[in-house]
Design a protein around this ligand. Structure first.
Ligand SMILES: CC(C)(COP(=O)(O)OP(=O)(O)OC[C@H]1O[C@@H](n2cnc3c(N)ncnc32)[C@H](O)[C@@H]1OP(=O)(O)O)[C@@H](O)C(=O)NCCC(=O)NCCS
Length: 149
């Protein structure tokens, strides 16, 4: 399911904020931030539902012109390593190409092995590194990009 607006997002707000909080803790966005993101940027959110308003995962990207940025991808722990993350990323890439986006960027903690493997499997290439960018615990940020077309 593809979501482009706050109105489409709102019925899933509680479920997404719960997952966001559970997976990203302090850096979760919360309802006000989600709303502001929809107001200020073009967002594409892809949901992977398993039942009515129950999600296995979601991915969100912002885009402008030819470029997009993957902001978050998250699969509930009980649904991981069964292909849900790959499905979300495939659908995101397809959705962005339909919006004329040709290049996707992202940033990930260097110690996030599962996410890094997922991105590398899709052909993302490392384009930079921000030393000790993250805290709790301190870790480099690695920047990746992928040509979508
Ligand atoms: C990263 C994440 C989205 C992957 O979701 P997933 O549904 O498990 O991904 P998939 O099952 O599609 O796996 C895709 C590939 O990632 C790699 N992978 C996934 N989990 C892994 C793990 N725990 N260890 C090593 N590799 C892993 C594998 O290479 C796998 O490919 P393969 O099965 O063909 O070998 C999920 O682990 C997650 O939500 N993590 C917490 C949130 C997060 O860190 N998000 C990224 C930063 S925004």
């Amino acid at each position: 399911m593809n979501i482009h607006s706050w109105q489409e997002f709102e019925p899933f707000e509680d479920e997404i904020c719960r997952m966001d909080c559970g997976n990203f803790g302090e850096s979760a966005w919360g309802p006000a931030t989600w709303k502001a993101m929809f107001n200020n940027r073009k967002l594409l959110v892809i949901l992977h539902p398993v039942a009515d308003k129950v999600l296995a995962g979601f991915v969100v990207a912002a885009y402008a012109g030819n470029e997009g940025e993957l902001l978050k991808i998250c699969v509930e722990s009980k649904h991981r390593q069964k292909g849900a993350g790959s499905l979300l990323l495939t659908r995101l890439n397809r959705g962005l190409v339909a919006k004329e986006v040709g290049k996707l960027f992202l940033e990930v903690r260097d110690d996030n092995e599962s996410a890094t493997r997922l991105y590398q499997k899709f052909g993302f290439e490392e384009i930079g590194r921000r030393s000790r960018y993250y805290s709790h615990p301190v870790c480099d940020a690695v920047l990746y990009s992928l040509n979508l077309r």
